[in-house]
Design a protein around this ligand. Structure first.
Ligand SMILES: [Zn+2]
Length: 128
């Protein structure tokens, strides 16, 4: 038994382990990995992560909408009754702010995930 680097995420793992404990990449025999197999694994991993991030970004947009719609509603009602509705003081601004912030975080996580993937991809190509 020896310590090797996981072909996919590069952490140290046992060469007799069936799969990497961190990313789940399945090793075949004694730490040998086919680069094409690693690529396929990385592709699937990226797709799954991007899918999850996309779902969270939809949640973020819903949170923002959840705040924005009542704001708009109250604003229109205010116009009809000649009352000034200060949008900055409306509770909806917090939901809009939180949703927007979450959305920005998710977008940057997407960029980060893609750049990590690109780095791993280059490493796999150098293995050949
Ligand atoms: Zn791994």
């Amino acid at each position: 038994m020896a310590l090797i680097n996981c072909p996919s995420c590069r952490i140290k793992m046992s060469s007799v382990a069936e799969a990497c404990p961190k990313c789940g990449f399945a090793l075949k025999k004694e730490g040998k990995a086919d680069p094409e197999e690693v690529k396929l694994f990385l592709k699937r991993q990226l797709r799954d992560r991007m899918y999850r991030l996309k779902m969270i970004s939809y949640v973020a947009m819903s949170i923002a909408m959840f705040g924005a719609l009542p704001m708009l509603w109250d604003y229109i009602k205010g116009l009809e009754t000649n009352q000034v509705v200060v949008l900055k003081e409306h509770w909806g601004i917090y939901a809009v702010g939180a949703g927007f912030l979450l959305y920005v975080i998710i977008r940057s996580l997407m960029v980060y995930t893609k750049s990590i993937h690109k780095t791993k991809w280059k490493e796999v190509n150098q293995l050949k």
